[in-house]
Design a protein around this ligand. Structure first.
Ligand code: BG6
Ligand code: MG
Length: 216
């Protein structure tokens, strides 16, 4: 059985259920701007950086804003978002995550986080996983948002491994494309019709096991 040397986890929507919090905060900003925004539009923002998400929402409404206005809007969005996530606890860790991490640790497979979020340190602390990973690369350390492979390639470097030794776990189309661009195998968490570019798609990490990892 050939297993990867490391697993790089996306954070939002893979480790912790922050997707509804992002949606609520963006919806409030979109409403204020008079832009129609629903959960389907939110899907395209998964994995995308804060500023790029704002630009996508503005484009939806055919609006243009200056860089300073964008900064003001994204700051407001983040305040709304942080207000929600700062109340999170270990209970918000998604099903199967802890068991799968235990399995990897037992097997000597390294673990990293590769997230676009600048709030990664805050979230990991709230859910008690701040010391659970061998490496963390987040939105504070990258210049290019997923689907650019930067976040995952930096993760491999921090782990001291080659990209082909790493498997990515992602819930976003942009993240799966980033894994492909990094030449890493990828497990999608969600729906097959949305995440079909991944090597395999499962509904939650409860379905993940060593057999699945070895067959990628
Ligand atoms: C990603 C989320 O993990 O992080 C995106 O999927 C979010 O929805 C991005 O826009 C940036 O997050 P933050 O916390 O830096 O605003
Ligand atoms: Mg995600």
């Amino acid at each position: 059985m050939s297993l990867p040397k490391a697993v790089i986890f996306d954070l939002d929507g893979v480790i912790v259920d922050t997707v509804p919090a992002h949606y609520v905060a963006w919806k409030s900003i979109a409403d204020e701007l008079g832009i129609a925004f629903d959960e389907e539009a939110n899907e395209a923002l998964k994995g995308v950086s804060r500023v790029d998400s704002m630009k996508k929402i503005l484009a939806l409404g055919g609006l243009k804003r200056s860089d300073s206005e964008i900064l003001e809007l994204t700051t407001k969005k983040n305040e709304l978002y942080v207000d929600i996530i700062s109340k999170m606890t270990a209970d918000d860790i998604l099903p199967g995550v802890i068991d799968f991490m235990d399995l990897l640790q037992h097997q000597g497979i390294k673990m990293a986080v590769g997230s676009s979020s600048k709030n990664t340190p805050t979230i990991l602390k709230c859910i008690g996983l701040q010391d659970a990973f061998d490496a963390i690369v987040d939105g504070n350390q990258v210049t290019h948002s997923k689907p650019d492979p930067e976040v995952f390639l930096k993760g491999a470097i921090k782990l001291g491994l080659s990209p082909e030794d790493c498997v990515v776990i992602e819930d976003a189309i942009s993240g799966i494309e980033a894994a492909i661009n990094a030449k890493m195998k990828c497990i999608g968490i969600g729906e097959q019709d949305v995440l079909g570019k991944a090597n395999v798609v499962i509904k939650s990490l409860s379905e993940a096991n060593l057999d699945l990892l070895s067959r990628l």
